[in-house]
Every structure is written in structure tokens, then in C-alpha cells.
Design a protein around this ligand. Structure first.
Ligand SMILES: [Zn+2]
Ligand SMILES: [Zn+2]
Length: 437
């Protein structure tokens, strides 16, 4: 052992009695394959032998005293009062590794998980002691107390439960609160992807707080706090909460449709996030059946699968192409020939759209250019006053304004190319393109 190590160890010891863990931690980067307490015991042994060598040469044996009252085998202090001395750095924390591991195991009881992570929230006193220790020894070879605590408790929990610690995306993080002496859990959400169809009008995608009372409850909303009694989110939520035994769910949709629009075809992608679930290994086929029974006739889900939290960003950011079926009403009579040629103008030109008036209060006023992939007249009523049109278009196109023209903010529009005021009176999403996940 070099003089440099012995000198550092001596100056650490001069601060007071120290346990093997805390001593060894100061040299954590010097020898791999050993735990800090093994390393600390070795350093102390070397110091003791060194002191033994020099004892005959000098009458000062204070070093030997410090060593003996701090070593694991001689816990009794050589001080006159003869009390048990705790390590001045960790105050005995590293004698309690098994107790902390047991607390973690207790806290995790009842949760289904594969991976976990230990975190430590040290007390102010521990942080201060560690700073003093670093000042005495330098930090060149050391590792933080938290790191050792996390690793040692983690190793014990791994052994007790047969589960793996995972630094990246653990299902559960157990936070050791040293001050309070308890364990706090952070339970990662469970993410379930699927596609939904909405077969009735008048249901928003997510709960829509009452405009009058902003959700507090008033006469207007019949004291529900909501504009509408149900939403796609709320129709899916209860069965997901039941299956996962979670405290709540969050709904993430790949875009949204109008409250009055149906969502048909293969449905719209969504992710339901179950918060703090007790259960993770749930049967998704069964969950799908239960949701579809609960929401029967209104909402239907399919293709449920587990995804990672990163999938939420993917479905939120993807601007998928859509196919809409529109019921259009004209202020006047339209011939089939005229309508077909007006539709043709829309199909052959880029659509310039300024942010529609109806959403301009919550979105920036921008001009965007969108493309129509195909547009087709499905049916024209015999009196020439209403038509059904199917439009396939780029994601982000405001399809109501494509028809109305929004007072010239969308160019070209059906109103413009037809020369007759046109309006969407019913709208269904019949396809959201793409696989997403
Ligand atoms: Zn210690
Ligand atoms: Zn209200």
C-alpha cells in the first residue's frame, strides 16, 4: 500500500471513528471486485500494521487507539466513558443494510414488477458529514454515499426477491428516506396501445370541463362539472383501472375528432396510461372484451398491446393521413356535373389554409399548405341540396373549412370553386392511416 493511501486513510481516521464501508468508499475506484467494506477493512489492517511497526520507535500510540475503537472487531471505544461508538460519517447507517432491504421488500409487497431501482435521499447530516470526509480525503478515488447505499440495498433486495435492479427504466423505484426511516415508491405507469372506434355522436375524446363552472359543478352541468356525461377516455378508464388496479388513467389520442364526428374503420390509435398499477401482467384480450362490453354501442377498442412510455410521443407527434366522409349542405341547388368539376379543382391544387376562425382563440394564426390525396362524390340528393363526399387528405387539414372556405381563409374551397355556399353538417372519420406502433 502506498504512502499516499496510508496518509489519506490517516487523515480520515483523525476525524473520528469510521466504519469499514465509509473508509472503503473513499478508495472505491482503486480496486474493483471488492466491496467497500472489504476495501475499508484492508486499509485499516494496513494502517494497524504500519502503526505496529512504528510503535517501538515512538511513544505516541494515539493512532492505534483510533484504529482499535473503530474496527469492526473492537467496537468498544477506548474513550474513558466506554460507550459504543458509531461511525461519524454514516452514523451506523451501513450496519442497517439488511433492515433497509427488508423495508423495501415490505413496501413492494403487493406490486407486480420485473425490475426495480433503489434511490437514497440522505439526511442533511449525512450530506454534511460526507462533505467533511471529502475535505479530509479528497474525492479522487471515492464514490458518493448514495451510490454505495443504493448498490448494497439493491443487491440484498435482488437476493430476497429474485428480481433484477435496472438503472434505466425500472418498473418501480424505491426511495430510501434516511431522515424519516421509510421507503417511498415511484411506480412507473403501464402503457397500453390500441385503436378505438366511436359509433355514436356527441361523445368527446376526453372529459370536457363545464364552460360555466370550469369543472366545479353547477346547475348548467347538472353538478357533474363536465359538458358531456361521458367521453371515450371515461368509457375506457374503469375497466383499465380494474384490471391493472391503478389509481387513475391518462388518455393519449393520436389526434382527436370532433365531438359530433364518428370514428369508424380501423379506428384511431390511442394509448391509455395506467398510473401506479399493482398489476402489470394483465390479459389484454380479456381487457378488450371487458371494455367493449362496458362501452357497448358507443366505443369499441381493438389491437391492445403493451408499449413503452416513448410510444406516447410517437402517437402524439404523428400527423396521420385521414379519410373523412362528409355530409355537405348547399345554399342553393347544385348539379352533379358542376359539383364533380368543383371537387376536381380541390383534388388538383394545394390547399392553403389559415388557422380557422373557430380555433384561432387557442392556436397561433398560421398559414399552412395541405394536400388532398383523393376526393369523391359518393351521393348527391335528388333535389341537389345535400351531398356525401369522401375525402382522403394529409393529416392536419381542416376539412370543414375545406368545404366552407372560412371567409376566404381556406383557398381553394368547395364554396369558392362551386360559387355556392357549402357547409359540412355531418362528419365521420372513416380511416386514420398508418400503423404507428
Ligand atoms: Zn460509516
Ligand atoms: Zn358546470
Amino acid at each position: 500500500m502506498t504512502d499516499q493511501i496510508l496518509e489519506t486513510a490517516t487523515s480520515i481516521l483523525n476525524e473520528g471513528p469510521i466504519c469499514d464501508h465509509c473508509m472503503g468508499r473513499m478508495f472505491a475506484k482503486l480496486s474493483t471486485g471488492l466491496s467497500n467494506d472489504q476495501r475499508g477493512a484492508a486499509v485499516k489492517l494496513a494502517l494497524a500494521m504500519e502503526a505496529d511497526l512504528t510503535r517501538s520507535e515512538t511513544s505516541d500510540n494515539s493512532m492505534l487507539q483510533l484504529l482499535s475503537h473503530s474496527s469492526l472487531h473492537a467496537r468498544k471505544s477506548l474513550k474513558l466513558d466506554n460507550t459504543l461508538d458509531k461511525c461519524w460519517v454514516c452514523n451506523g447507517l451501513f450496519e442497517q443494510l439488511d433492515i433497509w432491504a427488508e423495508r423495501v421488500v415490505d413496501a413492494l409487497n403487493g406490486y407486480e414488477f420485473d425490475t426495480f431501482l433503489i434511490g437514497t435521499r440522505p439526511s442533511g447530516l449525512l450530506i454534511e458529514n460526507e462533505e467533511i470526509l471529502w475535505a479530509a480525503s479528497g474525492t479522487g478515488w471515492s464514490e458518493p454515499l448514495k451510490t454505495e447505499m443504493n448498490r448494497e440495498v439493491g443487491r440484498r433486495v435482488e437476493e430476497k426477491l429474485g428480481k433484477k435492479a435496472d438503472l434505466k427504466v425500472p418498473h418501480i423505484t424505491a426511495l430510501l428516506d434516511i431522515n424519516k426511516g421509510d421507503v417511498e415508491l415511484e411506480v412507473r405507469s403501464l402503457y397500453i396501445y390500441g385503436r378505438y372506434r366511436k359509433m355514436v355522436r356527441g361523445i368527446p375524446q376526453t372529459r370536457w370541463p363545464c364552460r360555466e363552472c370550469r369543472g366545479r359543478g353547477c346547475e348548467h352541468c347538472n353538478f357533474t362539472g363536465a359538458m358531456y356525461p361521458e367521453s371515450v377516455d371515461e368509457l375506457i378508464k374503469p375497466e383499465v383501472m380494474k384490471a391493472t388496479q391503478s389509481i387513475d388513467t391518462v388518455f393519449h389520442g393520436a389526434g382527436r375528432e370532433d365531438i359530433d364526428a364518428l370514428m369508424l374503420g380501423t379506428g384511431r390509435p390511442f394509448i391509455v396510461e395506467a398510473e401506479e398499477p399493482l398489476r402489470r401482467r394483465i390479459d389484454l384480450t380479456r381487457l378488450q372484451h371487458r371494455i367493449n362490453r362496458h362501452a357497448a354501442g358507443k366505443v369499441e377498442v381493438e389491437g391492445l398491446k403493451f408499449v413503452s412510455h416513448r410510444a406516447v410521443e410517437v402517437i402524439k407527434q404523428t400527423k396521420a393521413d385521414k379519410v373523412y366522409r362528409l355530409r355537405v349542405t348547399f345554399k342553393g341547388q347544385v348539379s352533379e356535373e358542376k359539383l364533380i368539376s368543383a371537387i376536381d379543382v380541390l383534388a388538383r391544387n394545394p390547399i392553403n389554409q389559415r388557422t380557422p376562425t373557430r380555433v384561432s382563440h387557442r392556436r397561433a394564426d398560421l398559414e399552412r399548405v395541405r394536400t388532398i390525396h383523393n376526393i369523391e362524390l359518393e351521393q348527391l340528393s335528388p333535389n341537389g341540396q345535400t351531398a356525401t363526399i369522401v375525402v382522403g387528405c394529409q393529416g392536419g387539414l381542416y376539412v370543414k373549412e375545406l368545404v366552407s372556405g372560412d371567409d376566404g381563409r381556406t383557398v381553394p374551397s368547395l364554396t369558392q370553386s362551386l360559387g355556392i355556399e357549402s357547409k359540412v353538417t355531418e362528419l365521420d372519420v372513416i380511416k386514420v392511416e398508418g400503423t404507428f406502433i
